[in-house]
Design a protein around this ligand. Structure first.
Ligand code: AMP
Length: 282
């Protein structure tokens, strides 16, 4: 498995693979600190694009706010390479910040409307940073398929809009949320949790399960569903809810009535760690 450091190397790799004409090229963008959730994305990419999968590892500074965890975000490059290789990645793209943001960089991608919703509301500028770096990766790698996790469902909505608006020729593939056996969604930030917080964090997946159960029982009123979800959070006094939302997954705007494809999403602070979870209603 090759490690590429520059955009030029990534572009050259992608073009040579395309010239060889063997099939679709896959890209899996990540910030490293890889876990089983990332592994599932790489596995899906390797199944659909065997021998033609690039995994990017880049802790993107522009998607972190000034008081967020950019500096202490876990960086586990050697482990990441081993995991990516064991899931049959073809190349790793691990650029420097200067490589992705050359001196004087002044171009940013704003997906208006969507960027200010959900996580974008409590993390101003976050989706601008995400959209900018993903646009750069898609332009450089020109993948046929780009793999993202449903874990970051609002991010998926932003990126679908970005790809449609900029007429980028990559298809976004969304992979299911990988969870611990007790329900906690895997996240690189779970390492920040103390053992007590790790228990408290289960309230997020409990809220998701509660909504899935109510939907299965036929409840459709957004007001009732949100009330039920808030009651789940209220039982865990230590948790500070950031948002509990029932939205259209395309527009990220609130709905009055839940329907197939509606996104139920939550974000909450567990101590100093902000976690997210969601479900797409069936
Ligand atoms: P990150 O490294 O956190 O930026 O995540 C890189 C990609 O992995 C994103 O598309 C995430 O949605 C996805 N991802 C993160 N956690 C999970 C998970 N638990 N299950 C599935 N995909 C995930």
């Amino acid at each position: 498995m090759q490690i590429l450091r520059t955009v030029e190397e990534l572009r050259a790799w992608s073009r040579s693979v395309r010239c060889a004409g063997k099939g679709a090229i896959g890209l899996v963008p990540t910030m490293g600190a890889l876990h089983a959730g990332h592994a599932s994305l790489i596995r899906a990419a390797a199944q659909q694009c065997p021998g033609r999968v690039a995994v990017s590892i880049f802790v993107n500074p522009t998607q972190f706010g000034p008081n967020e965890d950019f500096g202490r975000y876990p960086r586990t490059f050697v482990h990441d390479c081993e995991l990516a290789e064991s899931e049959s990645a073809t190349v790793i793209f691990a650029p420097s910040v200067e490589e992705m943001y050359p001196s004087g960089a002044a171009t940013f991608v704003d997906v208006e409307g969507l960027s200010e919703r959900l996580d974008g509301e409590s993390r101003p500028g976050h989706f601008r940073g995400v959209a900018t770096v993903v646009a750069k990766l898609l332009i450089a790698a020109e993948p046929d398929l780009a793999f993202f996790g449903q874990k970051d469902a609002a991010q998926v909505a932003v990126l679908r809009r970005l790809v449609a608006d900029l007429r980028i020729g990559s298809r976004i593939v969304v992979c299911p949320i990988v969870r611990e056996s007790d329900g906690l969604a895997l996240s690189s930030r779970n390492v920040y949790l103390s053992s007590e917080e790790r228990q408290q964090a289960l309230v997020l997946s409990r809220a998701v399960q509660c909504i899935e159960k109510l939907i299965a029982e036929g409840q459709r009123s957004a007001a009732s569903l949100m009330e039920a979800a808030r009651a789940v959070f209220a039982a865990e006094a230590e948790i500070r809810v950031d948002y509990v939302e029932l939205v259209n997954w395309e527009t990220l705007l609130p709905v009055n009535t839940a329907a197939p494809g509606t996104l139920f999403a939550v974000a909450a602070w567990v101590g100093a760690t902000r976690l997210i979870d969601n479900t797409i209603l069936q």
